[in-house]
Design a protein around this ligand. Structure first.
Ligand SMILES: NC(=O)C1=CN([C@@H]2O[C@H](COP(=O)(O)OP(=O)(O)OC[C@H]3O[C@@H](n4cnc5c(N)ncnc54)[C@H](OP(=O)(O)O)[C@@H]3O)[C@@H](O)[C@H]2O)C=CC1
Ligand SMILES: Nc1nc(O)c(N)c(N[C@@H]2O[C@H](COP(=O)(O)O)[C@@H](O)[C@H]2O)n1
Length: 215
């Protein structure tokens, strides 16, 4: 058993999550409100350490009124997370998923700060195992926000159930700009993740597409 995973991003028409310089101001205000309504409904929000290092996100519900914040999950094999990262503040519970190779001293420091540290995997976080652990902790729904590398890890392992994307009317270009799903990629169309379109609608100047992942 695993939590239900919703992958949501704001991306340019050419599928980028940020420009080559890391500028990721993509979603319009209406879409950010849509995203926070999802955040308010899920048990947890999950990002990779790349996103934390780039954005220093809060990963809380702050664009709309909400009576609680979801648990914040950071996938971080080597515990690179800065101790002053906003995601470690006391606005919500935080879980860091790391590996056996992570620095034990830093692990101890984080635990003393009230951060829950889950060790699963050797070089990279074992995402399948992590989902089982999170489910057994009572987490039933996760909003996977990214970035591109973690999205690949989750899609590759077949751990994503739903996809919603806001496509902004902009083209970023840049072969090195972060795309929605990076990593090594599927080699054939046959292997690719298949989706079924459930809903689409205009939002601001963009469009929202919602899919379920076909098994
Ligand atoms: N527009 C949008 O909606 C969003 C945009 N973004 C943007 O995306 C960018 C960050 O994306 P990216 O650089 O790809 O980083 P990610 O946030 O995807 O983090 C990836 C890192 O997570 C760690 N990791 C550990 N285990 C795994 C695993 N099994 N699979 C995958 N990753 C694993 C790795 O680092 P390590 O080896 O150190 O553990 C890996 O490099 C930023 O520019 C951010 O602004 C992010 C979210 C949403
Ligand atoms: N949906 C969406 N659209 C965008 O344009 C974005 N840049 C993001 N980024 C995600 O939101 C996090 C920052 O917001 P908070 O500080 O947590 O409110 C960022 O880290 C990405 O996860 N998302």
């Amino acid at each position: 058993m695993k939590p239900y995973v919703i992958s949501n991003v704001g991306m340019s028409l050419d599928g980028k999550l940020a420009t080559v310089t890391g500028d990721s101001r993509i979603s319009c205000e209406e879409d950010l409100i849509r995203v926070h309504k999802i955040r308010a409904k899920v048990d947890a929000i999950m990002v990779g350490i790349g996103t934390v290092l780039k954005d220093d996100p809060r990963l809380t519900v702050h664009k709309i009124k909400a009576d609680k914040n979801p648990i914040r999950i950071v996938v971080d094999s080597k515990l690179r997370i800065p101790l002053n990262a906003r995601v470690l503040n006391n606005e919500a519970k935080t879980i860091i998923a790391t590996t056996e190779k992570a620095d034990k001293e830093k692990m101890k420091l984080l635990k003393e700060r009230g951060v829950e540290v889950i060790v699963c995997g050797r070089d990279k976080v074992d995402l399948k195992e992590l989902m089982k652990i999170l489910y057994n902790k009572g987490i039933r729904s996760i909003l996977l926000e990214g970035g591109g590398t973690l999205n690949w890890g989750m899609f590759k392992e077949g751990l994503v159930d739903e996809v919603s994307v806001y496509i902004a009317p902009m083209i970023f270009g840049g072969k090195d700009a972060v795309s929605y799903v990076d990593g090594e990629g599927f080699k054939t169309v046959e292997e690719a993740v298949k989706l079924k379109l459930k809903k689409f609608y205009r939002l601001g100047e963009g469009i929202v597409l919602e899919y379920v992942v076909l098994r």
